[in-house]
Write a protein that binds this ligand. Structure first.
Ligand code: FDP
Length: 313
């Protein structure tokens, strides 16, 4: 199998690929169920009303905002999967217990439609998913047994890892996910930077780090959507995304359970790094569902450089 899209004679679909990776049946089933759910999410994103909650459709029924609808689509699928015991969603205030039976079961934290404010200007958005074995969702991110995202862009792609390489699948004309890249790998350093947050709220160390990147000739490539911005860094294998501590927001904006842990798991599995400026994201013990942290994520050398700057301000 070549790693270049479109060059293989036979398409390998997601389920077949997962089976060939010797992943346990329940996890294969879970990943495939999430992939199925994403087909309904992309359908809603492409054809649904644009996020205006409280308005009604042709039949006088209330329309749901796309993030709420996406949440329901995924949650329903997880509940019906038969292999999930606990669910946490960025859209829910509390953990939902599906069953107290934890044997061979998984717990899932997900952000159903990250970047939903970008849908009405037709920019790319995505679903982010973090999977743990058993019922505990407050484990360090390093304990994830799988992480994945689905990117809804001009094409729909699904990127996952179970700790054994990072793989990309792309949705074909039959809405099947077929393998397009295997063993995605990050270079040690890169020339792309995606800086989140208002720059006039950056601390001195962060401002100096950005100036260092600019002096190095890095290109600014920031869409404002976490999934496409991370996907760019990961698939190009180079660059850094940051959403740092800001003056007035010492923990930045992005959430550990729903956004940072799954992305850190994928980037680390591709040979990159992710830190909050002091410790690896994957070593932070979560204390609450909506815990936030600053993040520097991407090529290992660039992430280390960021740490030097923010720790010497
Ligand atoms: P959004 O608020 O549009 O849903 O976590 C959500 C997120 O987007 C990320 O996708 C994105 O990286 C970040 O917030 C951008 O936030 P700001 O534009 O508020 O800086």
């Amino acid at each position: 199998m070549t790693s270049e899209a479109g060059k293989s004679k036979f398409q390998i679909d997601l389920r077949r690929h997962l089976r060939e990776q010797n992943i346990v049946d329940n996890l294969v089933h879970l990943i495939c169920e999430i992939a199925e759910a994403s087909k309904y999410v992309i359908n809603a994103v492409r054809t649904g009303d644009l996020g205006v909650a409280g308005t009604s459709n042709l039949y006088g029924e209330e329309q749901l905002a796309l993030d709420v609808l996406s949440d329901r689509i995924i949650r329903k699928r997880l509940i019906k999967s038969g292999v999930v015991c606990n669910i946490a969603s960025e859209e829910m205030d509390e953990i939902l217990q599906v069953t107290s039976d934890t044997d061979g079961m998984y717990s899932v934290a997900y952000d159903p439609l990250d970047g939903s404010s970008l849908v009405d200007v037709n920019l790319a958005v995505g679903t982010i998913v973090s999977i743990y074995s058993g019922s505990d969702l407050f484990q360090v991110g390093r304990k994830q047994v799988a992480a994945m995202y689905i990117l809804y862009g001009p094409r729909v792609s699904l990127v996952y890892s179970v700790g054994n390489g990072v793989y990309e699948f792309t949705m074909n004309h039959l809405m099947e996910f077929t393998l397009t890249r295997e063993n995605v790998t990050m270079k040690p350093s890169g020339d792309i930077y995606a800086p989140g947050g208002l720059r006039n709220k950056y601390t001195e160390g962060n401002e100096k780090f950005v100036r260092y990147l600019e002096a190095k000739g890095c290109k600014l490539r920031y869409s404002g959507g976490f999934v496409p911005d991370i996907n760019q860094v990961l698939m190009k294998g180079k660059g850094i995304f940051m959403y740092p501590a800001l003056n007035g927001s010492p923990n930045g904006k992005l959430r550990l359970l729903f956004e940072l842990n799954p992305m850190a798991y994928l980037i680390e599995n591709a040979g990159g790094a992710a830190t909050n400026g002091k410790v690896p994201i994957l070593d932070i013990k979560p204390e609450c569902l909506d815990q936030r942290a600053p993040i520097y994520i991407g090529c290992a050398d660039d992430v280390n450089k960021a740490m030097e700057y923010v720790n010497n301000e």
